[in-house]
Design a protein around this ligand. Structure first.
Ligand SMILES: [Fe+2]
Length: 189
């Protein structure tokens, strides 16, 4: 019984330590990406990346961490987790990268991957020989229908980038709704 209780506490601790709300956003051009996540711990969270999952030997150009408080009449006071933004630069165009973030020295990390966009015709090394395919969504909210729509979009392997037109959360001043919506959208972010 005591062992089971200890295992439960250990598992709950692990769940708290795993990074949440992982998001990726395109940087200014195909050579940069911004990876964001939220952690309960400020000091132990980081990111490593590379061209192979087994060789994550690169570190971001810089990583920022912020936290904010939110008060609104009639709502419970809210304090966010620690919000990390890692700026990955000098990426090769049209290339798949792997990364993991969180407590790098432990098992409390999240791994994912992304593929950079091809070069555009604004670049002197013009190499765009096929169209870019965008998925466009909006007013997605966080209902079961939202999850189905996102899953449908995620399965479409032709889509290279997703544009969200807005109304992501319908949080209505309840900041915890931003946390839940950000975790729902993990698959496409
Ligand atoms: Fe809307």
């Amino acid at each position: 019984m005591i062992i089971q209780l200890l295992l439960l506490i250990f598992n709950l601790y692990g769940i708290l330590c795993i990074p949440q709300q992982l998001h990726m956003a395109q940087g200014q051009d195909p050579s940069s990406m911004i990876i964001s996540w939220i952690s309960k711990s400020k000091s132990e969270s980081g990111l490593v990346y590379g061209l192979e999952l087994s060789k994550l030997d690169l570190v971001p150009f810089d990583t920022t961490v912020t936290q904010y408080n939110f008060k609104y009449p009639g709502m419970q006071d809210y304090t966010s987790g620690f919000i990390f933004h890692a700026n990955l630069t000098n990426l090769n165009p049209n290339t798949k990268y792997f990364f993991k973030c969180g407590d790098i020295e432990s098992k409390y990390t999240v791994s994912s991957e992304f593929k950079t966009l091809p070069l555009t015709n604004n670049n002197p090394n013009y190499n765009l020989n096929f169209p870019l395919v965008f998925g466009v969504i909006g007013d997605i909210g966080q209902t079961p229908d939202s999850i189905n729509t996102l899953a449908h979009l995620y399965k479409d392997k032709l889509v290279q980038m997703i544009l969200h037109a807005g109304d992501l959360s319908y949080a209505n001043c309840n900041q915890t709704e931003w946390d839940t919506t950000s975790n729902i959208k993990l698959d496409i972010s």
